[in-house]
Design a protein around this ligand. Structure first.
Ligand SMILES: C[S@@+](CC[C@H](N)C(=O)[O-])C[C@H]1O[C@@H](n2cnc3c(N)ncnc32)[C@H](O)[C@@H]1O
Length: 384
């Protein structure tokens, strides 16, 4: 399968690329208002940038989309640094050639020091201490994409090094299929410990051995331990997006990690657009279309909404808090977006259980009730 990866672009790859590129551009736009120095896009498992069928893949798409966005480009001109790395020398050379051919002008401008961005391409095998040290020393926000085939090369330590930096975020590939098969394999215990933590691995094994669990429950237990570890005990956001095979078995996850509530809010709305099955498991899912499985393609929001309303009212009765805090606490493990929580708050308001207020604008004007204003300024009071 790995050898065939670059033969042809699959639908799963398309979705993955969309999540990464859409989020990157949204992130870059925000960062451009808050940071004056260099801004970094780092892809440590980049590949050649092209499939054999001629379609371009993430590295070239990211470059192209950034270049086409003139408004954004004006804001980040001379600040943006792209760093691509792959352990495969041929891929690195191909990517170099692809970039040079496609972006001849950039290269020329770059040499004249007028380039809108800088591009570095390296050839290291991860994990690599030198690379980690370079990342630690980078002074500026990083958006990193870590997309190996297997699971070696990704570690909690690497994700921490990236996400601990200011305004920095990371998307990585969680190879569920291979990892779940390796949990009880002592030969790869060190690599698996990088994913769950050494202490947690024992606990995970115990939980999995406990009873006759079904594969869905097994997956939830694995995901639960994984999210707990990567979120540093729920002190930062971990948003998983599940990719299923046509037979409905999970193949892998794309996982987003951020410290910032706005980051998770934006990523969730991007994931919601790409998800074709908001499962009750509480995360976004993409299942390749297949006539036999079309009955699975439904949105669970309508059936879940009443439960969420009841839970919120029970938990916050008599309390007042900012909507942003409420969403950060409650929307964290659900696939539901701010727009959907807006709907929930509106229904609770109609039922007389909630009152929403807004501070006036600087010029003393009243603020309109909208989901954007609710997220940015809204204060929600749960009536007794
Ligand atoms: C799934 S492909 C990446 C595809 C790429 N993100 C894209 O969208 O075109 C995985 C890449 O990771 C590289 N790779 C695998 N293990 C690696 C490691 N330990 N260190 C660096 N690169 C690695 C492979 O050579 C391969 O090109």
């Amino acid at each position: 399968m790995d050898n065939e990866f670059y033969n042809k672009q699959t639908d799963l790859s398309k979705i993955k690329i969309k999540l990464v590129t859409d989020y990157f551009l949204a992130w870059l736009n925000i960062i451009s208002y808050h940071w004056n120095g260099k801004i970094f896009y780092i892809d440590l498992f980049c590949g050649p940038g092209c499939y054999e069928d001629g379609n371009i893949s993430t590295p070239l798409i990211i470059l192209e989309k950034t270049l086409r966005n003139q408004n954004l480009l004006d804001k980040v001109k001379n600040k943006l640094v792209f760093w691509f790395n792959d352990k495969n020398k041929d891929f690195v050379e191909k990517l170099y050639k692809n970039i040079e051919e496609k972006y001849e002008n950039i290269q020329k401008e770059f040499k004249n020091f007028n380039s809108p961005f800088q591009i570095y391409i390296t050839n290291y095998e991860m994990p690599n201490k030198e690379i980690e040290d370079i990342i630690k020393q980078i002074d500026g926000p990083i958006f990193a994409f870590l997309d190996p085939w297997g699971y070696s090369g990704i570690s909690k330590n690497l994700v921490d090094i990236i996400v601990d930096k200011k305004m920095s975020e990371c998307i990585f590939f969680f190879n569920y299929n291979r990892i779940q098969a390796a949990i009880f394999n002592n030969k790869v215990v060190e690599t698996v410990s990088e994913i769950f933590g050494e202490e947690n691995l024992d606990n995970l094994r115990k939980r999995l051995q406990n009873s006759n669990i079904y594969s869905h429950d097994k997956e939830m237990i694995i995901l639960d331990e994984f999210v707990k570890y990567f979120s540093n005990n729920y002190t930062r956001y971990v948003v998983p997006f599940c990719f299923k095979k046509e037979n409905n078995q999970t193949s892998h996850y794309i996982v987003f990690v951020t410290k910032h509530p706005l980051g998770q809010k934006i990523m969730k709305s991007i994931m919601a657009q790409e998800s074709n099955n908001n499962t009750t498991g509480g995360y976004f899912t993409y299942i390749p279309s297949s006539p036999q499985l079309s009955f699975l393609t439904y949105d669970t929001f309508d059936s879940e909404k009443d439960n969420i309303k009841e839970r919120l009212y029970k938990k916050y009765k008599g309390m007042e808090l900012k909507f942003e805090e409420l969403y950060a606490q409650e929307g964290y493990f659900t696939p539901y977006t701010v727009k959907q929580y807006f709907q929930i708050i509106n229904e609770l308001t109609k039922e007389g259980k909630v009152r929403v207020t807004y501070p006036p604008t600087k010029t003393g004007k009243e603020r309109k009730h909208s989901y954007e204003n609710l997220y940015r300024y809204g204060i929600v009071r749960f009536e007794e």
